[in-house]
Ligand binder design. Structure first.
Ligand code: DCP
Length: 628
């Protein structure tokens, strides 16, 4: 049978905040998502805050009452549509997935959510079962360091899991009791693990699970080492069991189901704890069949089930036995990228102008995320579903292509579709009022047009080189009036007058800049300093070029301007010093962006004097004045 692992980050957003502000490690922390309509609530709660009764969904006031020392971190506000910006949590998630995806090529990795991944370890453990000296393996697994945070979940009554982190218990006796209880728990844990390992001597299925548990312990250590984040895990023979037992011991622990013990685990498990049965479906089962546990479900006959849930009988009977065929699908990206906004109660949208305003904001946010995704995952969405909730739920699918990448184009494409969902006939009013707008991009087509691929490929190689060099000061990757200096080297591309080619170019430059912004976000180390790049400037490169040539398009070939029009340099400065201009893809350094030492360092490092002066002058010129 298969061996599937679910890795789930502990209180993920709270850990991202704790890593950002290391003083917060070990303290009660809540992450609050603020919303302009006053409906703010906690979306993540650190384990230190949980013993106080602090829960997701509570307001800041409610959790302060329960836990006065709690630190509340606010989710940053986004640029568009008055929405939260969860990019930093997505970036942290990408770091985790980079580690999970780098461990062994025999493992299939599926991104299940921002902080959860399934790993199919079957091929990996099978090759090890066959290749290892069994007695040696058993001895290694029996060593206390081998499975230090692993629990056997076999359906036997456990002492209640007390969230694992001590609260502020003042009473010494209370502390001693707590300590003794933890020691008892640890002894029980180790005894059970040892008993299980002994079984591995003559049972390959057990050995496979044990090897997967050992692998998962190391994997979690690696995630911690590389990202500072703690996670928990579940190991079982399928997705359902892995997910179920992952929740049995959290945080910073992992659990596994002994082969054949699935039904023992499920017997007392509530139906709503099962993957896929947590929502409406599970409720319908419990209400209509008047049952609560998976044990009760397994005792029902197929005729009883088929009378109420005819199309799901086979699936339900399998689940009740602990069978789940769903494969782990190799995927580290999201299936769809969605943005949305609720307008509850009186906030409901009732005018066409408001509707257009919000669609505009959401389109900008979606456009930004798609551009980001395109660079990271080398793919492009083919569909966008526009979804409106009024008195009913309606949606329309719009087909999109490369030409629609610019936000204005996208908006012009989405707006008529949204209008078509309006029922009222009045020009200005929107009837019935809108309670939710969401846009979901999907049906991704893998791969990018070759021109964009080459630019991004080059940028990646160059950035990697610079990272490997452990650059400590600013590094100039390009300077000088290339239109003159490099003219002979460049083969001008024929660019027609048509709008499409022009748009292509802009998209290319836009991508290039977005790419660097991603780098900056990720490493907060290397960044691209780009002065005004006018429209019609194009990046060109050959495979082996060691610098990117930005060239201005001329109306007449051969009369290229000698005016230095651009410079780019990789500098090691702080992200907050930069600002993305809202007019498009131009990026302007803020007045404080270029530390006074930078121009001289660029000066020493570079060869083209003219441009160095310009960087110097321009950055000085912008001092005090913000954006130019
Ligand atoms: N999240 C959110 N809104 C929700 C639920 C979760 O924004 N309604 C975010 C915040 C969480 C992250 O997703 O940190 C992961 O969600 P989980 O359900 O996995 O919960 P946590 O990781 O916070 O805690 P746990 O350790 O219990 O899994």
């Amino acid at each position: 049978s298969r061996v599937v692992v679910l890795v789930d980050m502990d209180c993920f957003y709270a850990q991202v905040e704790q890593r950002d502000k290391p003083d917060l490690w070990g303290k009660p922390v809540g992450v609050l998502q603020y919303s302009a309509n006053g409906q703010s609530g906690l979306i993540a709660v650190s384990y230190e805050a949980r013993p106080f009764g602090v829960k997701r969904g509570m307001t800041a006031k409610q959790c302060k009452e329960l836990c006065p020392d709690i630190e509340i971190c606010l989710v940053p506000q986004g640029e568009f549509a008055d929405k939260a910006d969860i990019q930093k949590y997505r970036d942290a998630s990408a770091e985790v997935f980079a580690v999970l995806g780098s461990v062994d090529p025999r493992i299939i990795l599926e991104r299940a959510s921002v902080d959860e991944a399934f790993l199919d370890c079957t091929v990996y453990v099978e090759s090890r079962v066959n290749g290892e000296d069994r007695e040696e393996t058993i001895q290694r697994l029996l060593h206390p360091d081998s499975l230090p945070t692993s629990f056997v979940v076999d359906g036997e009554e456990e002492e209640k899991n007390e969230d694992g982190v001590e609260g502020n218990v003042e009473d010494v006796n209370e502390k001693t009791r707590e300590k003794m209880k933890n020691e008892r728990k640890e002894l029980r844990r180790r005894t059970k693990v040892e008993e299980f390992i002994q079984k591995c001597r003559c049972d390959d299925e057990c050995l496979k699970i044990a090897l997967a548990a050992e692998f998962t312990e190391r994997l979690r250590e690696k995630v911690k080492e590389k990202t500072q984040f703690y996670c928990s895990a579940g190991v079982g023979n399928n997705k359902m069991m892995a997910k179920l037992v992952c929740a049995a011991h959290k945080p910073r622990k992992q659990s596994f189901v002994p082969p054949g013990g699935e039904m023992d685990v499920l017997r007392g498990t509530s139906i709503s704890s099962i993957r896929g049965l947590g929502g409406k479906q599970g409720n319908a089962l419990m209400e209509r069949l008047r049952i609560n546990t998976m044990g009760e479900l397994s005792s029902l006959s197929s005729s009883v089930l088929s009378s109420l849930f005819p199309s799901q009988v086979d699936w339900l009977m399998k689940l009740a036995r602990g069978d789940d065929d769903e494969p782990v699908k190799a995927r580290t990206t999201q299936i769809s990228i969605a943005v949305g906004k609720n307008f509850p109660g009186k906030m409901a949208i009732s005018t066409t102008k408001e509707a257009r305003h919000w669609l505009d904001g959401l389109t900008k946010e979606l456009g930004k995320r798609l551009a980001d995704d395109k660079v990271k995952n080398r793919r492009m969405a083919q569909n966008i579903v526009v979804h409106l909730t009024t008195d009913v739920s309606t949606s329309r699918t719009v087909r999109v292509g490369a030409a629609d990448e610019k936000e204005e184009r996208l908006l012009e494409k989405l707006w008529p579709v949204m209008l078509s969902l309006r029922k009222g006939s009045g020009e200005d009013m929107w009837h019935p009022p809108i309670f939710n707008i969401s846009l979901s991009a999907g049906r991704f087509l893998e791969g990018l047009p070759s021109k964009e691929k080459s630019i991004m490929g080059w940028m990646e190689r160059r950035t990697k080189q610079l990272e490997e060099m452990e650059v400590s000061g600013p590094v100039e990757i390009l300077s000088g009036d290339v239109a003159t200096d490099e003219k002979e080297r460049l083969e001008r591309e024929e660019i027609g007058e048509g709008q499409e080619e022009k748009d292509d170019e802009e998209v290319t430059m836009f991508l290039l800049l977005i790419f660097f912004f991603n780098r900056i976000r990720r490493h907060n180390k290397l960044m691209l300093y780009v002065e005004v790049i006018p429209k019609g400037v194009e990046g060109m490169m050959e495979e082996d070029d060691d610098c990117l040539i930005l060239e201005e398009e001329d109306e007449e070939p051969g009369t290229s301007t000698s005016r230095p029009f651009h410079r780019a340099a990789l500098l090691q400065i702080n992200e907050s010093q930069f600002e993305l201009d809202d007019e498009g893809w131009q990026i302007f350094p803020m007045s404080s962006a270029i530390p006074s030492s930078v121009p001289s360092e660029v000066d020493e490092a570079s060869r083209g004097t003219e441009s160095r002066c310009s960087i110097d002058e321009k950055s000085r010129g912008s001092e005090g004045g913000g954006r130019r």
